[in-house]
Design a protein around this ligand. Sequence first.
Ligand code: V47
Length: 379
Amino acid sequence: MTPCFEDERLHSVAAKVADGERLNTGDGLLMYRTPDLLGLGWIANSVREKLHGNVTFFNVNRHVNPTDVCVANCKLCAFGKLTRDGKAYTMSLDQVWHKAGEGYSDAVTEFHIVGGLHPELTIDWYCEMLRGLKQRFPKVHIKAFTMVEIGYFMKRSKMTAREVLQKLRDAGMDSLPGGGAEIFSDRVRRIICDHKLTGDQWIETARTAHEMGLHSNCTMLYGHIETEEDRVHHLLKLRALQDETRGFQTFIPLSFHPDNTELEHIRKTTGFNDLREIAVSRLMLDNIPHIKSYWVMVTPQIAQIAQRFGADDLDGTLVEERIYHDAGATTSQHLRRKDLERLIREAGRVPQERDTLYRPVVRTENEKAPAESAFTVLV
Ligand code: V47
């Protein structure tokens, strides 16, 4: 059944999607410009349901950020600090292991580990960190280091991407998160993150990881100074790499949070545009299996509605989130399993806990509601 679109131009997008025809730049721009959010959401939802039926995925994960010292000094970021600021922190290895284990229970299936570009921590330090985590938590999947961190390790250790990734994998890194992609346009990167990898370098590093059999996620930071054309260009770059490698599991559109950044004058994104971004990405990225609505960023309320606009994943429990909270996010730092399940059920979807590689996690009732320890209260 095709609805009667308020914006008639969406008929052509719906027809292409129904025929399995690829959407192009013009379609992307149309979708970014139409006021017919419900029409757009209807098309994206039809794709989402075709791929995943009524299921929405979530995971039980823990974020660990070993350091916020960062030489990149990006205008977009409130998390990274310079050592001389006096406000930065760097954990010792013992502190990282302790933090990962704080409230650890068998419920956690993933550590999500990212941090600043620290000028003194060596790749060997990070390898020891990984080995120590694997020794203490052998069953937990370690999703660690953005392509930007990989690029910095390459520069500091004078190794190739392949060598860096192999060394980290040997030490315990299982996959990579999707951060640091920002927006691939050189013009925009020069303003918001001029010391980071270029867009092409980000893509090249992801390509190498995928060629080595490592999975990763991918992201796009929107709602700052980028244009609609920049966003479409970014999505098409990701789609082209995915055609080659099939290494991306999930795309996460990240809405820009301006507070405490050098771009504080920019106004926050709105619910309308956050939902639009989910729908456009579901439709443009026809070869990336999952679209995640990151509740920390868009609020649990919008993430819940996003399940009807193309999203099939709400990320996880997190336990302690810093990057968005340093940039003014007012959402909680964690959600309990039962809160995530409620957000999913009340949207008429079926919650499915997954591990990082989207394999279903089956729990006993006891595991779902463990009674002991600080952490288990959260899950
Ligand atoms: O790399 C930094 C972005 C990313 C701000 O792979 C900002 O499963 C908005 O990548 N406002 C970190 N965004 C988050 C991230 C992520 C989150 C959840 C799941 C996954 C995954 C990845 O956030 C950074 C950067 O791109 N960021 N500062 C800011 N002020």
